[in-house]
Design a binder for this molecule. Sequence first.
Ligand code: ATP
Ligand code: MG
Length: 450
Amino acid sequence: MELPCQVVKAMKVLEKAGHESYVVGGCVRDSLLHLRPHDWDICTPARPQEIQDAFEGYPVVVTGQKHGTVTVMMDGMGLEITTYRSDGAYADHRHPDQVRFVASLWEDLSRRDFTINAMAYRPGTGIVDPFHGQEDLRTGCLRCVGEPEKRFCEDALRILRALRFAADYGLTIEADTSEAMRRQREWLTLIAPERIMAEMNRLIVGKEAGKILRQYPEVLAVFLPEISSAIGFEQHSVYHHLSVWEHTALAVESAASVLPVRLALLFHDLAKPQCFTLDKEGCGHFYGHGGRSSLIAEQALIRLRYDRRTVEQVTRLVKYHDTPIEAAEPAVKRWLNRMGEEDFRLLLEVKKGDTLGHAPWVVKAGMERIDRVEQCMEGVLRQRQCFALKDLAVNGVDVLKAGIPAGPKVGQVLRWLLEQVINGGLPNDRAVLLEAVRDGGSQEDRSRES
Ligand code: ATP
Ligand code: MG
């Protein structure tokens, strides 16, 4: 296993001070999967004070003396160094009441959540893997360390971590672990929304997010009750061969792995059950479900403490997911003006995911429609065509100088000019636009006089 030089150096510092140490947890797992670990955690029997003493002269932050974590800045890399510990009882199903420092690595590994996360490594010693995490990685199995029932009861966040790891790494959750998750799911109500959001974000962009949505809807519904009515809801539509929830799962997994896109698809059809009508021919319709689903998304995202930008972005993507977009320059420019390039591109990704989740016989035509819109947008952007007020060849000052009185009229005139430029009625040319302003003004004078 290859360790970054900063990690090797930190382990040597500890060794010199007489303490053994191991890299542990996520970094061992990711290294074995040939993925680049995003952080390197080190564990050692040394007590927090001993760790600080060993790293005298290095920038050190004690992130939780009580929990035994010391963060050392080693040549630009932040390393968390944690004293071997075992957790005491968990009264609140989330935090151990007390942490006990222990002398054995084995004990530290046994309090970790899943076998794939309960491995340590030390050059010279090799991989320490008492719970057969390597084998589970090889076979793609996510399994609790110890008794699943007890582990999820101690800390309910582990239920959601299990879903996240399974979605992210494409693992199958072992049967006992899976059953315990379902049985203990109600404890998730005790978990802070911020923690749920963090795990949810990684779950939803995971490569097997669709599979997890299909397999564990009742677990997700504990903190997302909004999905309940979509589960098993038949659509009675020629465009759909799946229930609302199955379609949602397929749309999510078919879409680009981009957080706002995946979140939008998670919520995009949740109002379908409340908007459902059946016509005389027995066909299902869902008039207005985009707008209503967007309200559902807004409520849920705010409750889970998403930031304002994400709430706005996702709710807007949900609102327009179903609105037809004409593949013509004026229409595309109006969309670009309304949403901006970044969000309009995301909307097209949402539409692609949604379309790929439709019945197989309508997918091809739907994807071609989106493709034509995308081509049109690329043309508009490549030619740097004007679609926003800031790109207009005249501004407010010009309009004032051309004789429009200060006030709301200035904005109206600018928006009118922009619309003329967008629909091709006028070129984006300063002289021509100013001329049009003067003309418009004098026409108005004349109409007032007559
Ligand atoms: P990533 O950093 O990719 O999110 P990770 O496995 O490193 O994954 P962290 O939250 O950084 O996750 O935790 C580091 C290690 O601490 C885990 O690998 C696991 O061994 C242990 N751990 C984290 N959270 C829990 C928990 N809720 N219960 C038990 N062990 C945990
Ligand atoms: Mg980590």
